[in-house]
Design a protein around this ligand. Structure first.
Ligand code: IPM
Ligand code: MG
Length: 370
């Protein structure tokens, strides 16, 4: 039976469209080979939306986003829009989607594939087998806190202000996601803030502890200051299972965790909202990497992070676990065969383009699915 779930594709800017092209091939493959058909819509977000409509996120795109089962986003931003007013930058389109859809929990897994152990700048012994999950708060904190802005003082100098702010409810809902996911993994959560310097961090620590005591007494909870966490990720990343942290620390630590695995080009993410009465969450899936304007349009980018983001969509939003597993296996087998985009290239491997990586993964799917 064809299943017509709605998927909105927002390729965005830079390498977004070219990596998304490879996802579309997998969507076609699912349709042809597995009888899984999506109702696919496409829209503009970020710089490309500014170019066409003057704003990074139109009401029409937002409306589409609110009415689909999942969104798959490429990347936004680039030097072309550097001069644009702050609230109208490409990034504001992405932040608007997150906020308007209430996507407060950002899941960023950092997994080291055996075939890529040598691609990391860290020693193989330190990272082999790494599998951690960063749960980043995504709709609060300093990204959205008020007051904010740049003002001119009486003496003509200027003052820039942003506000870090969190409430009990905001902390509980994201920590709850972290605890629930930990139960399906190694049952360990490390909560990260700067409770030694920031009141909002102290509140974070207290509220996470209170929630654990009340609802998750079986889950092991530890606390760490963000600076120490940044250091521990490099020293001994395997000590972690699930890390839960605020919007800004999560932004920084997830880039660090991604790089431990060898390349930003490998890491997917899911951004989830609250579950409705049917247990269904609003969801957007996107690679952790950015728009990489330096290599955009040259068929060089690694499409794997976006393909794995689509696999996460299959798993979390569409209940197609078998196909999500298939995509992940296909990626592993292509990496094992030595096919590599430039970002994960290693001596003795075969360097390939974005398109050839897509070809290889589709071929591998054909083999695995018989
Ligand atoms: C990310 C990105 C975004 C963020 C930018 C593009 C606004 O770095 O998703 O990690 O800071 O959240
Ligand atoms: Mg980031």
């Amino acid at each position: 039976m064809a299943d017509k779930k709605k998927l909105l594709i927002l390729p965005g800017d830079g390498i977004g469209p070219e990596v998304m092209r490879q996802v579309k091939r997998i969507i076609d493959w699912l349709d042809r080979k597995r009888g899984i058909t999506f109702d696919v819509q496409e829209g503009l977000v970020g710089g490309i939306s500014i170019d066409h409509h003057g704003v990074p996120l139109t009401d029409a795109t937002l409306e589409m986003a609110k009415n689909v089962d999942a969104i798959l986003l490429g990347a936004v931003g680039g030097p072309k829009w550097d001069g644009v007013a702050f609230e109208q930058r490409p990034e504001a389109g992405l932040l608007g989607l997150r906020k308007e859809l209430g996507l407060f929990a950002n899941l960023r897994p950092a997994v080291v594939f055996d075939a890529l152990v040598e691609s990391s700048t860290l020693k193989a012994d330190v990272i082999r087998g790494l599998n951690i999950l960063i749960v980043r708060e995504l709709t609060g904190g300093v990204y959205f806190g008020e007051p904010r802005g740049i003002e001119t003082l009486p003496d003509g100098s200027r003052r820039g202000v942003n506000t870090q702010v969190y409430t009990t409810a905001e902390i509980h809902r994201v920590a709850r996601v972290a605890f629930e996911l930990a139960r399906k993994r190694q049952n360990k959560v490390c909560s990260v803030e700067k409770a030694n310097v920031m009141e909002s961090g102290l509140l974070w620590r207290q509220e996470v502890t209170a929630l654990r005591d009340a609802e998750f007494p079986d889950v092991e909870l530890s606390h760490m200051y963000a600076d120490n966490c940044a250091m521990q990720l490099l020293k001994n990343p395997r000590q972690f299972d699930v890390i839960v942290t605020d919007n800004l620390f999560g932004d920084i630590l997830s880039d660090e965790a991604a790089m431990i695995t060898g390349s930003l080009g490998m890491l997917p993410s899911a951004s989830l909202g609250l579950a409705d009465a049917q247990g269904v969450r609003k969801a957007m899936y996107e690679p952790v990497h950015g728009s990489a304007p330096d290599i955009a349009g040259r068929d060089l980018a690694n499409p794997i992070a976006t393909l794995l983001s689509f696999a996460m969509a299959l798993r979390y939003s569409f209940d197609h676990t078998t196909e999500a597993d298939l995509i992940e296996s296909a990626v592993k087998s292509v990496l094992n065969s030595g096919t590599r985009t430039a970002d994960i290239m290693a001596p003795g491997m075969a360097r390939c383009s974005t398109t050839v990586m897509g070809d290889s993964i589709v071929r591998s799917l054909d083999k695995l699915a018989v």
